[in-house]
Design a binder for this molecule. Structure first.
Ligand code: NAD
Length: 359
């Protein structure tokens, strides 16, 4: 059956990097018979400019009809003064909420060729391959009560609520165990169960779910230790599962271990298998329109789409190998080049991946 992909280029470098990812998909169709169709829609600042809202109804309709959503990036300084609900980033949150994309997968992979780009010693990070599974639609960023005001003593205060119910924990834990099963079968659940009641429930439920995955080795770590371990011995981890706020912070630490934000893909999945796939980075307004953005994070997001929504693991492997080959051949965009190294632009990098896929 033909797969349907909604394509949201977004703002800044978004449309350019997405165009290179589509080139890769076209190559998979021509050379490997992957049947798909795309439909473009507006999201983010450009949607606000043209339709008055960062996530117009027309875009929701296109995304609803699709099996997967490919997003470039949204945002830009020209939208910073807008009310929060009209800012480009609200469009992104709207997509996550509308489609209940509760599982955020962020792999941090460091290709050996790029080990010198990391702020850590190459021997600590060369060959790093960690998958962080973050709960994305619950926890302290969403739960009520939240707000700010004055307390009974007249002092200003602000508050949020960290709350998870057992179903929310169970569904994210299952996603993480299933991913661990397909990798090195090690799962580390990160919480703060020594202090937080919500974390104790998290831990209890993860242990219960683990009974269904006897082949996966489960460990637990407090979040403060996990932050330390990620920079001390990052290669000890295979898959990490954690709540929304802890995952937000830990996945950014893991991202920096790899040195370049231009290399990192992500997936946000619903329980139906529908997913939104996007690079971790933003719209990079400082380089927009210059033709120098690195499209590899977006191309690797397509690889995640093939793996997690379309169950085309073999094609996903092909893309990842092609990216590896391009790097091994010394092709570098400006963000991953060492000083003095020759660089290529966005289009040339996309072409190089297509060429590597074909050879
Ligand atoms: P950013 O990720 O856009 O850029 C940070 C730095 O990394 C910049 O110097 C940029 O040039 C560089 N960079 C990013 N992607 C690159 C690529 N593919 N190739 C080469 N260099 C790259 O983060 P920012 O500057 O903090 O944010 C810019 C805008 O993007 C803001 O409006 C922000 O809200 C938005 N944003 C959107 C998303 C998203 O769409 N998911 C994520 C983060 C930030």
């Amino acid at each position: 059956m033909t797969k349907k992909i909604a394509v949201l280029g977004g703002d800044g470098i978004g449309p350019d990097i997405v165009a290179e990812a589509i080139k890769v998909l076209n190559c998979l169709r021509d050379d490997y018979g992957f049947q798909f169709e795309t439909e473009e829609a507006l999201a983010g600042g450009i949607a606000y400019d043209k339709e008055g809202h960062p996530l117009p109804e027309s875009t929701i309709k296109v995304c609803k009809a699709a099996d997967a959503i490919l997003l470039g990036a949204v945002g830009g300084p020209q939208y910073d003064a807008l009310p929060r609900e009209l800012r480009p980033e609200s469009g992104l949150l709207g997509l996550r909420g509308t489609f209940e994309l509760f599982a955020n997968l962020r792999p941090a992979i460091l290709y050996s060729e790029l080990a010198s780009a990391s702020s850590l010693k190459p021997e600590l990070v060369a060959g790093l391959d960690v998958m962080i599974v973050r709960e994305l639609t619950g926890g302290i960023y969403f739960e009520q009560p939240k707000g700010s005001g004055k307390n009974k003593d007249g002092l200003r205060e602000g508050f949020n609520t960290m709350r998870y119910n057992e179903q929310e924990v169970e569904r994210i834990a299952r996603v993480a165990f299933e991913i661990a099963q397909k990798r090195n079968k090690k799962l580390c659940s990160v919480d703060k169960a020594n202090v937080l009641d919500v974390s104790q429930l998290w831990r209890d439920v993860v242990i219960e779910v683990s009974k269904d995955f006897p082949d996966v080795e489960l460990s637990h770590m407090y979040v403060d230790n996990a932050a330390m371990q990620l920079v001390a011995r990052p290669k000890q981890f295979d898959v990490i599962v954690t709540g929304n706020m802890f995952g937000d912070i830990l996945s950014d630490i893991a991202a920096m271990l790899t040195g370049s934000i231009g290399m990192l893909p992500s997936a946000s999945l619903a329980s139906t298998g529908k997913g939104m796939y996007e690079p971790v980075h933003g719209s990079a307004p400082d380089i927009a329109g210059k033709g120098i953005a690195n499209p590899l994070a977006t191309i690797l997001s397509v690889s995640m789409m093939l793996r997690y929504t379309f169950n085309e693991g073999e094609l996903a492997d092909r893309i990842e190998k092609a990216v590896g080959k391009v790097l091994a051949n010394g092709k570098r965009s400006a963000d991953i080049a060492r000083q003095g190294e020759a660089t290529i632009g966005t289009k040339a990098m996309g072409d190089a991946v297509v060429e590597a896929l074909r050879s």
